[in-house]
Each structure stands twice: as C-alpha cells, then as structure tokens.
Design a protein around this ligand. Structure first.
Ligand SMILES: Cc1cc2nc3c(=O)[nH]c(=O)nc-3n(C[C@H](O)[C@H](O)[C@H](O)COP(=O)(O)OP(=O)(O)OC[C@H]3O[C@@H](n4cnc5c(N)ncnc54)[C@H](O)[C@@H]3O)c2cc1C
Length: 418
C-alpha cells in the first residue's frame, strides 16, 4: 500500500494521539493517526475526564456535545477510610463551567475525538495499523513502517508524534531513553452488577486494601489495588478467598460477586508503572502522553495529562507544520520544557503522598495513611487537590484558529456530519 507523505504521523490513537491529530488537523496540518487496534472497545482503561479536558473540549466548541454522551458527573470524590469518610477532591469551587469530574467509558471519549477529527480534511485515522519501525535518515526520524492485517506500508512525514503509550516503540527502539521508573502496585479490574438501592462510596481504603468503584449505569467497574506482582499469591489462595476478601470490604456486593465472578478470566490484572523519559524528543520525533511519562491510575489524571500534552504540542508546533517545515529541535524541546513540571508534580504526589494508601508488598499496611490524615486536618485541602488534578499546575489552552474557520466548516454538531 502506498501512503502519500503527510506532515505529521501520529503513532497511537489513545487520548494523546487523537487529541493531537484533531488539533493539528484543525490548524490545517495533514495528519495520519495509526492505531494498532481495530476499534476503541477495550475495557478497563482510564475513565475520568477532568475539568482540564472539558475546558479543552469547550475551547473547541465541543463540550456540550461531549457531555450529551452518557456519563456520570461527580462534584466531589468521596473516600471511605478506616479513619472515617473524607473528601479526597472537591471540584465545586473550581472556576469555569465544569466544577466536576465526568466518568465516561474511554471508548466513548476516543470515538468522540476521532469523529471530531474527521471533520477536518487534514485528519486521517487508520485503525488496525501497527507501527513496527521508525525510519531514520542522517539521524532524523523521517517516517514509520507499519502494517495492517493485509499489507505493509511506509509513511514519510516531517514529524512523528509517539503517542503509543508506556510501551512506546520509541522507547523500545532505544531512540528515547527512560530516565526513572517505579512499579508501585498492580490493579485487578472486574465488573459486577450494582447492589439495589445501595450508593457505594467511589473509593474505599483501609489497612492493606484500596478499591475504586466506577458507576457505569447498570453495573460497577471495579479497580482493586494489589501489591506489585501479588496476583499469583491471590490466585493460589483461590477464587473463594478472593470473593470473601472483597465481600468483607463491600458486604452489599456479596451476592453479585458470588453470582458473577466465576473464574479468573473475569479478572483482568494490569501492571502499573510510573516513569518518564530523559528526553522526549529527537530530530523528527516527539513523545507525548504515557509514551513520555507513564502514569499510575492514582487520581485518574493520566488521560488528562495526555490531553494537555497534546494541546501544548499542537499549539507549539502548528505554525511550523502549517508552513510545511520540519519542527526544530528547539521547538520539540519546548514541549518537554512546558509539560515536564506539571507531570513531575503529579508523579511526585502519586508516588509519595498517595503511596501508603495502596497495599504494598515492601512495607506494612497502615490504616492512617498520610493523605487521609492531611485531608482530615487541613480544611481547604480537598479544594487544592481538586485544582491540582482537575485543572493541572500549568493549564494548556487550545489556540484560536480564526483563519481556519474560513477554510473549513465551522464546528457544527458532529452527528450531522456522519
Ligand atoms: C490500570 C490503569 C488504570 C488507569 N486509570 C485511569 C483513570 O481512571 N483515569 C485516567 O485519567 N488515567 C488512568 N490511567 C492512566 C491512563 O490510562 C493513561 O495515562 C492514558 O491512557 C495515556 O494516554 P495516551 O494516549 O498517552 O496512551 P494510551 O492510552 O496508552 O494510548 C496509546 C495508544 O497507542 C496504541 N499503540 C501502541 N503501540 C502502537 C503501535 N506500535 N502502532 C500503533 N498503535 C499503537 C495503543 O493501542 C493505544 O490505543 C490508568 C492507567 C492504568 C495502568
């Protein structure tokens, strides 16, 4: 298959890749997004859409349409702990139109972004297209090699954006080096029916356990944190012991657990990693989102940081790319310079402040975690937490594109364009 050269090839159609593709296409750049999966229907991925992402949607004129999709809005994130109930984050005083977190299945978010991108003539998404190689010429990345189930192809471009998550090809190929990384815990995901009439707290933690229940309308998506590498031990104790352990935390789930968790196939273990690249770029290549900095699920910030990276990258690079030029190393460095600090603050909080909330094989559990003690003592802290995770340390703004409006149709309802 021959693919005409494009200005930008984005590897990975996750939150970072699709938002970058959408924004660059909106600026008039020719973008091809390559996604290895045939669809976005993967369960057990991040589901939290924070106010920073909603603001970006709003700046694109898409927020109302986005929020018309089925979702649950939480103005506060409550936690039931061994020290009593606390509010982890209180979004109600955040400035702007979105004083809440929206819980929405990630496939709906990604389908929405892809649909929004397709309205611009410069946007192309090729699914079931896995990138296998980055093509280099004289030390510059000038394209990718990829394949669909039927054929292999090459794409030449002025810039490759690696938005392919924490197992990014750019990392594996040694082009971008991982500076530091830790693996704080693992997560077991599963779904169970909702107990009748019972409103479960979203998060519950105690000595040695931490569990998050996401309300998906007619069922709960549950994330149960376990010590790193601990799934084998849990499995050897047996499914009955696992169900009993969970029922002790949530007695009202007992009947659903017994009726619906039949085998270990109903439980999906996920390996959590927190790391970052030393340098996010090299000539012709830049990494954003989890490819640049893998995030833990703690605080549900991963999607939102990935989107913020995409907004910053598109804003910094659009002028050069629309002029048909390859971005300079200085421009690529600017993306890292801008996004590194907010990412490091969040990773620090995930690893230091939240670490004793989670079960960890390397240290004894505690029912008085630091964060819970602080939340109980410092009255305004839930508002501060909401600001940090909801809007971020350095909020990014979608650039206005007045000249684009003359070229392309003004944003109208997506549905009318399908
Ligand atoms: C267990 C767990 C739970 C989480 N829960 C939350 C949460 O509730 N809220 C939250 O905000 N964050 C959460 N996160 C973090 C969040 O999922 C990530 O930070 C976020 O998805 C990063 O977005 P991304 O676009 O950078 O990468 P990804 O979402 O990983 O997307 C990368 C995309 O690239 C594609 N791809 C990979 N390799 C190739 C290739 N070679 N060729 C083509 N395509 C490729 C993948 O299929 C994927 O679609 C969680 C993380 C984990 C591990």
């Amino acid at each position: 298959m021959t693919i005409d050269p494009v200005e930008v090839c984005v590897v990975g159609g996750g939150p970072a890749g699709l938002m970058a593709g959408l924004l660059l296409a909106r600026s008039g750049v020719n973008v091809l997004v390559l996604e290895k999966h045939p669809d976005f229907l993967r369960d057990f991925r991040g589901d939290t859409v924070h106010p920073s992402t909603l603001r970006a949607m709003d700046e694109l004129g898409l927020a109302d349409e986005f929020l018309a999709l089925p979702h649950v809005e939480l103005p506060q994130l409550p936690m039931a702990t061994a020290m009593g109930p606390v509010i982890f984050a209180d979004f109600r005083k955040l400035p702007g139109r979105f004083p809440f977190v929206a819980f929405m299945p990630q496939w709906d978010v990604l389908n929405f972004l892809a649909d929004a991108g397709r309205r611009y003539p410069g946007f192309r998404l090729l699914q079931e297209a896995e990138v296998t190689d980055l093509i280099q010429q004289d030390g510059v990345v000038v394209g990718v090699r990829a394949h669909t189930p039927d054929e292999q192809f090459e794409v030449r471009c002025n810039l490759v954006i690696a938005a392919d998550g924490r197992n990014s090809l750019a990392r594996g190929s040694g082009l971008l080096e991982v500076a530091a990384g830790v693996a704080p815990m693992d997560v077991l995901w599963f779904r169970v029916g909702k107990p009748d009439g019972d409103r479960l707290p979203t998060v519950r933690s105690g000595n040695g356990f931490f569990i998050v229940c996401i309300d998906r309308g007619d069922y709960l998506q549950v994330a149960y944190m376990i010590p790193k590498g601990g799934f084998g031990t849990i499995k050897s104790a047996g499914l009955g012991a696992f169900r009993t352990e969970l029922a002790a935390i949530y007695p009202s789930l007992t009947a659903h657990l017994d009726a619906e968790i039949h085998s270990w196939d109903d439980i999906k273990p996920l390996d959590v990693r927190v790391d970052r690249l030393r340098r996010w770029y090299r000539p012709g290549l830049v990494a954003i989102g989890d490819a640049a900095h893998a995030m833990s699920p703690a605080g549900g910030v991963g999607i939102n940081l990935a989107v913020q990276d995409a907004v910053a990258a598109a804003r910094i690079l659009a002028p050069t790319l629309t002029a048909g030029r390859r971005p300079t190393v200085a421009e690529l460095r600017e993306i890292q310079r801008r996004r590194q600090f907010p990412m490091r603050v969040v990773q620090f909080a995930q690893l230091r402040l939240l670490s004793d909330l989670y079960p960890n094989a390397g240290r004894p559990g505690t029912d008085k975690p630091l964060l819970v003690r602080l939340l109980r003592r410092v009255p305004g802290l839930p508002h501060v937490v909401a600001r940090i995770i909801g809007l971020g340390i350095r909020p990014e703004h979608v650039p206005p594109t007045a000249h684009i409006a003359e070229t392309y149709p003004a944003p109208t309802k997506l549905r009318e364009n399908q």
